[in-house]
Ligand binder design. Sequence first.
Ligand code: ADP
Length: 286
Amino acid sequence: MIFMASYEKNVAQLKTYKEQQAQENRELKERMGKIKHKIAVISGKGGVGKSTVTVNLATAFAQQGKQVGILDADIHGPSVPKLLGLAGKQVKASPVGAFPIQGPLGLKVMSIDFFINEASPTIWRGPLKMRAIKQFLTEVVWAELDYLFIDLPPGTGDEPLSVAQLLPEMDGVVIVTMPTQLSSSIVKKAVLFAEQLKMPTIGVVENMSGFICPYCGKKTEIFGSGGGEKMAKEVGVPFLGSIPIDPEVGLDTDKGIPFILSNKESAATKAFMGVVTKVQEFISKK
Ligand code: ADP
């Protein structure tokens, strides 16, 4: 009898869990249905400028009058708030969900950083990370958006997997790499990973591709160049462009200003706008 009672309790719990899942999935569909395009930005490894690319892509689309959101899905190392001068802001919860923080040009930003007070590292296990990402998609009041850019953590871990599972309608991924051979070979894995998850690859961006001297205009290949383009060709995905190293990019980032806003005439901005055009072309062909 005791066995029967605990069996019935388990069945009841399972039913509640299933109902809860179904409710969450309905909410996910409803919230995401209001967003026209979803684009993820990934990289094989950290420090290649993935978040910088995400933030500036979003800014470029917002500059054109689009309604744009950024989801910082890097649970361990969220950096989008800092790049947009929003670090330290806290999200206000309401009965209808959490409202994103407003960034420059009306960008709607959500990050785990807005929920964490202290600067201590947070330990997240796989299922908890999946849960956090699902909540970002289902319980955040994104409202109507033209674009949602999702900044995924480097590598091929739990987060891209969750996003791919939760957003099968994803328009595509932008892959950021550096010109070094090591970076290119790692990013190759990212391309294959995206393919396995059935996320279309929009293309590869090679960041920190040479340094243009601001005084004489001469280009120095600090990390080499062309590795990203060669790799894109090898794996048969489009190449979106190369962005040079620009010390101003680092300085603007520290100030929390997207470099395409503060340095409109720089070589980095001009190169970046070429990438934006290619992303737009990809979306318009869909
Ligand atoms: P990731 O997201 O790949 O870890 P970030 O976007 O946080 O990398 O960039 C890492 C650092 O490199 C930041 O300090 C950023 O300002 C700097 N950075 C990124 N791209 C460039 C560039 N083209 N020129 C100069 N500095 C850059």
